[in-house]
Design a protein around this ligand. Structure first.
Ligand code: PEP
Ligand code: MN
Length: 269
């Protein structure tokens, strides 16, 4: 056990008493939606996704991509941005589903917080301490995505950074890590390697809820269902899945989006 984890254990900081059902219910969480808000059809998409068993809706309005060159398509510029937030507000009104969407920067907490029921923190911001400190000061539940490089002590340290600020409604999202998947020459969109063993490893140390992301961790739609099953079998509290009515036409992450039928099988099978 390394010194940092030992310190947390000695200070009893790992036995955080998260009430998993307080402001957002992290137990058996089924979060789904497309990678990003693409237009007004997001309302119908959300209605469909709710009917398939989702209890929260995800879609990015601000949509940072891993590839650093600015991605643009017909008014979508790494997301529909404030227009996307307005559409998510409409989704909330018409479906009643809680909204999970990304906040990229501390300066955007108020704007995104007016719509978001849960702030998603993207993998690239996992160690953005200014943002983590600001999140500690707000009341909105946080879904903290593991940086693709994050070690177990860095994951717990990032959580601690939010917790010490006073916000104890957090969950860790495991979304795959850097690696060199040996199947990549056959399945080129598999950029990350699933990090399933981290589920029982974290469960041994902390009671922070663990939400698994089978979409980014696999990068390829045919792998999403088996890895969803594996994550739940390994003890995850819930799933966050990318689904789209026409998966291959998704503006972002088209290779990993699953259709409604597969989503239904995962949520109800
Ligand atoms: C996403 O959820 O669409 C996303 C971009 O995730 P990550 O930050 O894990 O890459
Ligand atoms: Mn995505």
């Amino acid at each position: 056990m390394n010194d940092y984890i030992k310190l947390l254990k000695d200070q009893d900081k790992l036995n955080i008493s998260i009430d998993k059902t307080k402001t957002f219910n992290w137990e058996y969480t089924k979060i789904a939606g497309p990678c990003s808000v693409e237009g007004p059809d997001i309302i119908d998409i959300a209605k469909n996704i709710k009917s398939l068993g989702a209890n929260a809706f995800r879609a990015g309005a601000y949509k940072p991509c891993t590839y650093p060159i600015l991605q643009e398509k017909n008014g979508w510029k790494e997301g529909l941005r404030d227009e996307g937030l307005k559409l998510l507000q409409q989704v909330k009104k018409e479906t009643g589903l809680p909204i999970v969407t990304e906040v990229m920067d501390a300066s955007m907490i108020d704007e995104v917080g007016a719509v978001a029921d849960v702030f998603q923190i993207g993998t690239r911001n996992f160690q953005n301490y200014t943002l983590l400190d600001a999140l500690g000061k707000c009341n909105t539940p946080i879904l903290l995505k593991r940086g693709t490089w994050g070690t177990i002590d860095e994951i717990l340290g990032a959580c601690e950074r939010i917790l010490v600020g006073g916000n104890d409604n957090i969950a860790i999202c495991l979304r795959g890590v850097v690696g060199m998947p040996s199947y990549r020459h056959v399945f080129p969109s598999t950029r990350w390697a699933p990090d399933l063993m981290m589920i029982p490893a974290l469960k041994e140390l902390t009671n922070i809820p663990i939400i698994y992301d089978p979409s980014h961790s696999t990068g390829y739609r045919n792998f999403v269902k088996p890895i969803s099953r594996a994550a739940m079998a390994a003890g995850a509290d819930g799933l966050i899945i990318e689904s789209h009515p026409r998966p291959e036409e998704s503006i972002s992450d088209p290779d990993q989006a699953i259709n409604y039928e597969t989503l239904r099988e995962i949520f109800n099978g």
